[in-house]
Structures are given as C-alpha cells and as structure tokens.
Design a protein around this ligand. Sequence first.
Ligand code: FES
Ligand code: FE
Length: 422
Amino acid sequence: MRDDIRAWLDAESGLPDQPLRGEFYVDAGIFAAEMRDVLGRQWLYADHVSRIPRPGDYFLFEVGGESIIVVRRKDGTIGAYFNVCRHRGSRICLDRQGSLSSFVCPYHAWTYDLDGALRGAAHMPDDFERRDAGLMPCHVRELEGLIFLCLAEGEAPDFDALAEIARPYLALNGLAPARLAARRSYPTSANWKLVVDNFQECYHCAPAHKLYSSAHSKDKLLAFGAGPGSGPVDAAERFSGELATWRERASAAGTWLDARAEEEDDIRSIWSVGRLPIKAGALTESVDGAPVSRLMGRFAEFDGGHSAVAFNVFSYFLASNDHVVMIRFTPRGVLETDVEFQWFVHPEAEEDVDYEVERLVRVWDVTTTEDKRITEDNQAGVASSRYRPGRFSALEGRLSTIKRWYLHEMATASVPSHEELG
Ligand code: FES
Ligand code: FE
C-alpha cells in the first residue's frame, strides 16, 4: 500500500465522528486496495436462484474490474467462476446472461464444461495438462434462494453464522420459491462509500424523502432509521408504545423475531436483523399503507411489520408481509457504483391481478431516484478543493461504526500477516 494512503488511514482512526477526507472518495489507489481488502472479504448478494433455473443458465456478476460467471451446473448445483480464460486471459462470456451447454472462449476457442473443467484446447503441446487449466472458482453459497459470492483468494470468511441468524427472516417471507416481479437499476456516479453511508443514515430522510417518510412512523425513522438501536434515545422512548402494541400483535401471530446486530466489539463485520412496525394503520410499505400484493410465506394475515436484514454494507433484504425488496450496492470503479433493486412476490401472484408493478415499486423507486441524486451531489462536493469533513449528527451514529469497520478492514488486511512474514 502507498505510504500516503497508510498515513491517511492512521490519521482517520483518530477521527471517529466525522466523514473521511476527500481522497477516500476519489483516489484510484485506495479503490484498488478496497477491492482486495474490503470487497474481497465480503459475501456479496449476487441474485436469486430463479435467475438461472435450468442447467447451462448463467449470469455475470461484475464488481470492480472483476467479472464472475454464475452458472447452474448439469447436476443442478450453482457454480461461480472468474470470467477469465486460462489460455491468455480473455473474457469468455460477453453477454451479461444467457444459456449455454459449455463455455467457449471467443479468442482461440478453448472450451470449458459448466463445472469449469477445460474440455477442449486445440493444437496444444503433448505435455499440456488440461486438468490444471480449469476456470478459477469463486466462492459461492446459497441461502433461502439467495446466491452469495465471495471473491477472496484462498479461504472465504465464515458464512454460516450470519446465515443462520438471517434465515428465519428470509423464511418468514418464503423467499426461496418467491417470484421476481421487478428489477431496476440506478447506476450512481459516486464512490461506493457515499452510497453506503447514505443508505445507512436516516438524517436525510425528512429533508430528502417525502414519500418514504410518509410511509413510515416518524419516531421509528428517528430511533431506528439505520437499524435497531441506531438513533437517539428520546425518539426510541416515544416510539416504544407503538413498538409494544405491535410486538404483542406479532407475537400472537407468531411473526415476532428479535432484533440483533453485530457486537459492539466485533469490528470485523457490519450486520443487523430486525422486525419493526411500519407505522400505525399501515399493512405494508406502500404509498398508502394498503397491500400491494398477496401475503407471502408464513403470513396468514397482515401484521403491519417490516423486516430488515443487512448482510453487510453491500447487501440488504427488506420485507413487508406481501413483498420483498433485495438491494445490492456493487462498486464498479472509484466513481461508479451499481445500485440494483429487486422486488419479489408470492410465487403464484399474478401481475395486474394480485399486483401492479408501478404500485409495488413506487416507494423505493422514488426514494432511490432521490438517493441517486443526493449521492451524486455529495460526490461532486467531496471532490472539491474546499471539502473539509464536517461532523456526524446524533442520527448518524451508524456511520461512525461503519467508518471504524472500514478502517479496520483496510488497516489489517494490508499489513502482511505473521504467517506471510514467516
Ligand atoms: Fe481464451 Fe486464447 S484467450 S482461448
Ligand atoms: Fe435515502
């Protein structure tokens, strides 16, 4: 790592109550280090299994400069491989999705099976070992229909502990067999850390998100805007009556689940799970609180609750009783972040009978369009010669935690380990 980056990281660790200095949002060297040390150690949500139902179906997951082929193999399992030919390194799959019986490199036609093994390579010397030239695998795991990838070279971080904490939330909505009703992209010309910070605080909700703010309890947004226990205590006290009433109702319906988040001293991960009421009188997260589709999963009646799972800062599950929103933030370049939303409904819900797409997507489509604009304006400002980091508000406590985590990941991963030093 460059010495100036190392010095900036050291200086930032003494400044927990303010955003990062400008270089962190514009510097290509920092982005390269993040790709390896931060992104490379996450389990990133890639897509739902329904995207590749049949053997040979594949899609590309692109993060930073990497392209990963995610494919349904002949035996029905899901594989993931770096989209890099083992001959001279060409991209192999060029279309973002498709269906194939084998992967054929467009350059010199090396051919790989769906399990990544090299099957054909013409005119190679006699001593060439095909078995050593299979596609490079990427770590892949499935959880209740969700496909997660980890680009780590060597061993991937643990997946199972958080998977078991998140599973009841996903299963409550019957996510595995759910049907994709809509998918929308909001590519944002901003550094990924601005996109993440914006999503993790609700200080901006009142000034910037009129519709979102009207769909949710005001005190809840103040107290829990960025996850369980993230906001000021007085708002939490005001919200406690609303919460107690709802908790009783959800407990009676068997749909109450405890909120949890990473431990205070566990700075290796950022995650949270929780269910909270939407707002008094609202059955679902919609423009008017009225249902937008039919009940999903284990819900026998509307309980007015809203589930949220943050798997990390890049991958999120939000769910009402009648629909699920999956969100992923994928860094593509230092000033470019893919923001993708997917809306899932009951597998038998019919479009224009049980749901209308525009009504289903309305709250988050409006909110994310607003977020794209404010985040791009934020990027323009932090790139200025006169940007000086301000101070986090009482509603942005989560951003201090995220900053601590980020600095920890960057600092620890780039220092050679004792094993590496021998
Ligand atoms: Fe793929 Fe040559 S680079 S076959
Ligand atoms: Fe926002």
